[in-house]
Design a binder for this molecule. Sequence first.
Ligand code: BJW
Ligand code: ZN
Length: 249
Amino acid sequence: MHRLDRDAGVPPEILREARAKVASADRILALTGAGISAESGIPTFRGAGGLWRDYRPEDLATPAAFARDPRLVWEWYEWRRGLVAAARPNPGHRALAEFSLRHPAFTTVTQNVDGFHTLAGSPDVIELHGSLWRTRCTRCGAEREERRHPLPELPPLCACGGLERPAIVWFGETLPPAAWDAAETAALSCDLILVIGTSSVVWPAASLVPLALEAGAAGIEVNPDGTPLSESLLVLRGRAGEVLPALLG
Ligand code: BJW
Ligand code: ZN
């Protein structure tokens, strides 16, 4: 039996059952959310200590908010870019990266914008909600990588003179079509979906889970709290940084 059983805080028989599902699955899809970066010190969106407790999300993460006050929205993103720049991937990200390098039929789909999966070494990460490290021009649409922090000017300007925005998917916006297509294809063809550190309330990302289950996949949830999808998944109730090394190691 795996040595990390007790450390992960998950009942050994549940962990055994979950490890058997991993061992028997050919194609695995991991869908991650803010909870996997919590142990890196990055606040999640919802729940205690949630990022938006002092800010209403609709004041910041919508196209209308940006049109009204681009500087305020950029200041919020600059704060978050600083938090992420000073933090590092944790054992949860690393367990996924190490496992996916050993299993080529492993796909990582993330709702996170922090880039930690790639930094931990996961190949070909599908970013559904964009990245803190890219900007898009609101005039000409040009996207570019921007890793500097702090930014020399707020809001940043494109070479065309247009205002740049974070290349992040805000409420009411559609997901990047190529990323969504790849995620949907992976969901429809996987044998096992791992649902890690997400409250599973934001759509369409959360819809990947029923899509995979209805196509015949098994499902495992890694989360210290319950979610609307917990009932249809094998639940490993614990923190990703502890559970994932025990599950995938
Ligand atoms: C741990 C842990 C540890 C803690 N280990 N776990 C009604 C009204 C208006 C809109 C809608 C509506 N109903 C549906 C919609 C659509 C909307 C939506 O889903 N809203 C819901 C909130 C209701 N969706 C959209 O608008 C999407 N677009 C769309 O639908 O387009 C079609 C359309 C077009 C035109 C009109 C209408 C529709 C776009 C969604 C974009 C989401 N963007 C955000 C913010 C981006 C800004 C930014 O990052 O700066 O993405 S929202 C925010 O939530 C962020 C996240 O990626 C996303 C998901 O959150 P996540 O990752 O699940 O985090 P949390 O905090 O919710 O949960 C953390 C979990 O971790 C918890 O469960 C903890 O227990 C757990 N945890 N510690 C493991 N150590
Ligand atoms: Zn431009």
